[in-house]
Design a protein around this ligand. Structure first.
Ligand code: NAD
Length: 296
């Protein structure tokens, strides 16, 4: 019998599937629940156990990891008769890795405490590739003792794992991450259109740019998306739209001004209204192309 904590994993999407599989590879026993049957089948094929409900998944778990799209889904899986708080053991630890509003994390930690359940907010950066390769950056909010307990498990999912402060702090740092990533993608997309219209060899240009000060993880990870116009997600524009809402709202609350972030938030929003919400966020390139009169 393994001494490792028993894991329940709720939300087996683009990120949750490979992340939960990395825990299985590290020797953890994982019972999962998600809305799509094919994802449950994938978990079972990887050596996990597919549950029929949240209640069934969490009832014996020591640690419950959640990875769902946004605040409403976190609230839906946490609260109510069939939710995590009603069905988990007292003393269990919830690690919510979804990107949500800091306030939702603070409220969840408070509600869980009343049931003797502990919570960490632990959103991630690094994308689908980072999830598959177990090299995510994980920004954590919560108590030091809970962080120490979660660290070995998080080590199986990521490389840079930092406790940023009390509940909600992980989400605040993630919001800043999403601001930087969106602005960086937009700048890369503008450079791509400029370079192509100028007749420069784009592959050569992006290679040399990525070796200098303009280089970035965004450019490394998204270069092929730009070159091949491959916008299969990855990270959906719909989710980045949610995150730009979180960061602009949180910034307004603390009196921080984000003029460039606000413009890029509008550009992300406009891609959605043009039907591109399901594409990867590198599809910001399509917006720049439209503005530049390029054929799509
Ligand atoms: P996704 O849409 O691929 O997956 C979400 C999963 O949540 C789905 O499998 C769905 O079944 C499940 N879910 C939703 N409601 C549920 C419910 N009520 N009960 C059980 N399961 C439910 O999303 P994703 O791309 O994996 O993103 C998940 C989170 O991670 C988001 O908050 C996103 O912002 C964040 N994130 C994503 C990436 C990325 O590159 N995709 C990178 C970093 C962070």
């Amino acid at each position: 019998m393994s001494n490792l904590p028993k894991i329940a994993w709720i939300g087996l999407g683009i990120m949750g599937s490979p992340m939960s599989e990395n825990l299985i590879k590290a020797g953890y026993s994982v019972t999962g629940f998600t809305l799509e049957q094919d994802k449950l089948d994938r978990l079972a094929a990887a050596g996990g156990t597919a549950a029929k409900s949240i209640a069934e998944a969490v009832k014996d778990a020591d640690v419950i990891v959640t990875m769902v799209p946004a605040s409403p889904q976190v609230e839906a899986i946490a609260y109510g008769e069939d939710g995590i708080l009603e069905n988990a053991k007292s003393g269990a630890l919830i690690i919510d890795m979804s990107s949500i509003t800091p306030q939702t994390s603070v409220d969840l930690a408070k509600a869980a405490k009343d049931k003797g359940i502990r919570v960490l907010d632990a959103p991630v950066s690094g994308g689908e590739a980072g999830a598959i390769e177990a090299v995510l950056s994980i920004m954590v909010g919560g108590e030091q003792a809970d962080f120490d307990e979660a660290k070995p498990l998080l080590d199986a999912l990521g490389k840079t794992i930092v406790l940023c402060g009390p509940h909600g702090s992980g989400q605040t740092v993630k919001a800043a991450n999403q601001l930087i990533v969106a602005v960086n993608i937009q700048a890369c997309a503008e450079a791509v259109v400029f370079l192509e219209k100028s007749g420069v060899d784009l592959t050569a240009a992006l290679d040399v740019l990525n070796g200098g000060l303009a280089g970035s993880t965004v450019l490394t990870r998204k270069k092929d998306n730009f070159l091949k116009r491959d916008f299969k997600p990855g990270f959906r524009i719909d989710l980045h739209h949610k995150d730009m809402g979180i960061v602009t709202d949180a910034a307004r609350n603390v009196g921080a001004s984000l003029p460039v972030g606000a413009v890029v938030a509008q550009l992300v929003a406009s891609l959605r209204t043009q039907g591109d919400g399901g594409l990867d966020h590198s599809a910001l390139l399509r917006g720049v192309e439209r503005l530049s009169g390029a054929e799509l």
